[in-house]
Design a protein around this ligand. Structure first.
Ligand SMILES: Cc1cc2nc3c(=O)[nH]c(=O)nc-3n(C[C@H](O)[C@H](O)[C@H](O)COP(=O)(O)O)c2cc1C
Length: 303
C-alpha cells in the first residue's frame, strides 16, 4: 500500500480524499460510509445563528449532476459546539467547519467562537455568501471582500484556515492570490456553479429558490480547469473539488496540481464513493510503481 498521507494547509492527513461540505452533514448521518478512507471531513456550512434554509423543492436532478438550493440550513454555532464537536473530538480524522457569514466581522466572530473547541481542527471559509453590508454581492466575487473575510478569520484563530473559492468569477487566480495574501493556509476549488431548471408543466423553475448550485460529474472538466488555474496562481496547497466519482477523476485533480481532493455529490449516489476513490488512487500508484502519493507526477507549469 503506497503512502497516501498528505500535508495540506496546516494539517497532516492520513489520505488525500476528504468529504465535501454539505454532502456529509455533520458526519453523524452517514452510517454506510467507510470512515477508514477519510482524510478529513468538512462539516455542513454553518452560520452564527440557526437558519431554516429554503423551502422545498431544494434538489433537482440534472444530466450528470444535481442542482441544490438548501439555503445553508443549520443549527447555529452554539448548537454545533454542544452537539457535534464533542463527537468529532473522538474521531480518528480531523473535522473542519465550513463557516459562513453576512459580513466579514461575522466570519471573524464565528472563528473566535469555534477556535479552541475540542473537535474543531480548522476552518473552511465559504465565500459564496452574499455580503449584506455591501448590497448582497458575493464575497467570493470580489478580491477585496474575499481578502477581508480571510483576514477577519485569520486574526482570530491559529487553526488552519482554508478558503473555498467560487467558480462564478472571471479570473479565479485573482481571488486565489488575494486570499493567499490575506493569510489562507490552503484553497478549496471549487464550490457549485449557479444553474436553473424549468418545469414545463408549471411553466416555472423546479427549485423554489429559482436557482441552485450545480454539482456532480457535469461540472468536473470545469472544476479541473479552475482548480488548476488556482494552483498555478498561488504557492499554498489547493484542494480540488467538483464531480469526483471515481479514482481517475480524483487523480485528474491531483495531476493538475491539487494536493488533496473532496468528494461531494457522488456520496449521494454511492455511499462508498470516498473509500472507492481512496482505494483506487492507492491501486493506481501501486500499479505504476510509486511508493507514495508524493511521487505522482504533476502538471503545473508556472504562468
Ligand atoms: C446538497 C449540497 C449542499 C452543499 N452545501 C455546502 C455548504 O454548506 N458549504 C459549502 O461550502 N459547499 C457546499 N456544497 C458544495 C460542495 O461542498 C462541493 O463544493 C460541490 O458540490 C462540488 O463538488 P461535487 O461535484 O463533488 O458535489 C454543497 C453541495 C451540495 C450538493
Amino acid at each position: 500500500m503506497p503512502d497516501m498521507s498528505v500535508e495540506v494547509g496546516g494539517l497532516k492527513l492520513r489520505g488525500p480524499v476528504l468529504a465535501a461540505s454539505g454532502t456529509f452533514g455533520y458526519g453523524t448521518e452517514v452510517p454506510l460510509l467507510e470512515r477508514r478512507a477519510l482524510g478529513a471531513m468538512v462539516s455542513k456550512g454553518i452560520f452564527l445563528r440557526a437558519r431554516a434554509g429554503t423551502a422545498p423543492p431544494r434538489i433537482v436532478e440534472t444530466p450528470s449532476g444535481m442542482l441544490n438550493a438548501i439555503g445553508l440550513q443549520g443549527p447555529g454555532a452554539e448548537a454545533l459546539i454542544r452537539d457535534y464537536a464533542p463527537k468529532w473530538a473522538e474521531w480518528e480524522f480531523p473535522v473542519l467547519v465550513n463557516i459562513n457569514g453576512e459580513s466579514a466581522s461575522e466570519y471573524g466572530e464565528m472563528a473566535s467562537l469555534l477556535d479552541g473547541v475540542p473537535g474543531v481542527a480548522g476552518f473552511e471559509i465559504n465565500i459564496s455568501c452574499p455580503n449584506v453590508e455591501q448590497g448582497g454581492l458575493y464575497f467570493g466575487n470580489d478580491p477585496r471582500a474575499a481578502a477581508a473575510v480571510t483576514d477577519a478569520v485569520r486574526k482570530r484563530t491559529r487553526l488552519p484556515v482554508w478558503v473555498k473559492l467560487t467558480p462564478m468569477v472571471s479570473d479565479i487566480g485573482v481571488i486565489a492570490r488575494a486570499v493567499e495574501s490575506a493569510g489562507a493556509d490552503a484553497l478549496c476549488a471549487i464550490n457549485t456553479f449557479v444553474g436553473m431548471s424549468i418545469d414545463l408543466n408549471a411553466y416555472g423553475p423546479r427549485l423554489s429558490f429559482r436557482t441552485g448550485g450545480l454539482s456532480g460529474p457535469a461540472i468536473r472538466p470545469l472544476a479541473v480547469h479552475l482548480a488548476h488555474q488556482a494552483a498555478r496562481a498561488v504557492h499554498i496547497p489547493v484542494i480540488g473539488i467538483g464531480g469526483i466519482t471515481k479514482a481517475e477523476d480524483g487523480l485528474e485533480f491531483l495531476v493538475a496540481g491539487c494536493t488533496a481532493i473532496q468528494v461531494g455529490t457522488a456520496t449521494f449516489v454511492n455511499p462508498k464513493a470516498v473509500a472507492e476513490v481512496h482505494d483506487g488512487i492507492a491501486a493506481f500508484l501501486a500499479a505504476r510503481g510509486f511508493s507514495s502519493l508524493a511521487e505522482l507526477p504533476r502538471y503545473l507549469p508556472r504562468d
